[in-house]
Each structure stands twice: as C-alpha cells, then as structure tokens.
Design a protein around this ligand. Sequence first.
Ligand SMILES: [Zn+2]
Length: 157
Amino acid sequence: MSMVESDNNRSETFLKGFRGPCPVCGYHLNEPTNSRCPECGSRLRVQLVAPFHFYPWHALLMGIVVSFGVCFDRLLLIIHGYVWSNGQNPPWGFLGISTLLILVLCVAGFFVWRYKTRLERMSKPKSYVWYTFSFLTPIITAVVQYYLIMMLVRGGL
Ligand SMILES: [Zn+2]
C-alpha cells in the first residue's frame, strides 16, 4: 500500500464518523460518505500540521524587507530629484550608496535563508537578541544611509 493510499484511507475512516463544519465553506458535514464537501466540492483531507511559529529568521527577513523599502525610497527620491532638476551629471555617488546598501541587504537575506534552520533551533535568550536586531535593522539602515550621504556631501567619500 502506497503512502498516498494510506493517507486517503485514513482520511475516509476519519470522515465517516465526522460531524462538523466544512473548513472551506462552513457547511455542516454529517458523516460524509466521500472525501468531497457536498456543498462546495472541496476535497477533505485529514492532516497533522504543525502550528505556525514566528522564528527569528522570519523577523530578520521582515527587517530586511522593510530596510529594502528604506533604500528604494531614497533611490527613487534621488532619481526623481535628478530628473526634475535638469542636472547635467547623474548623482552616481548618491545612487551608489543606496545600491550598495541594497546589495548588502541581498547578501544578508541570503545568509538568513541559508541559516534559517540554525535560527529556528536557537535558545530563547539568543532568539530575543535576533528579534531585537530585526526590529532595529530598518533604523540602522536609515542611519547608515544618512551617515554615508552626509559623508559624501561633506567630501569625506
Ligand atoms: Zn464545503
């Protein structure tokens, strides 16, 4: 007996004694005779599913995504300012700062994805450090971006 057949038999056995709402449409099922909801036609399957858990890598990816927003906002403002000011030379330095930060965020996202299993198995105190860091990532990105832009304006870059 294959795994799929075994799962189907288990679902049918469970459904034969089931009374309750269809998870899709809410229609009251009364010991259905097959694995389809008679009201909406959805396939009914019995599964053992782990509940969703918000791990540090979820928080880190959210922080990186929000940080992308910070960088893209600056990038679009620079492009908008250049286009509407009839400037002669494109502001490569300013564009480069935002582009560099976007590349750094891409690398960070790659490493978060690569080590997500390690981040899931981390102890609680360590994971709280990563949750906090995730929350601060967009702020750190904005501050670093501002600092680099000010350095460029003052001729330090
Ligand atoms: Zn239904």
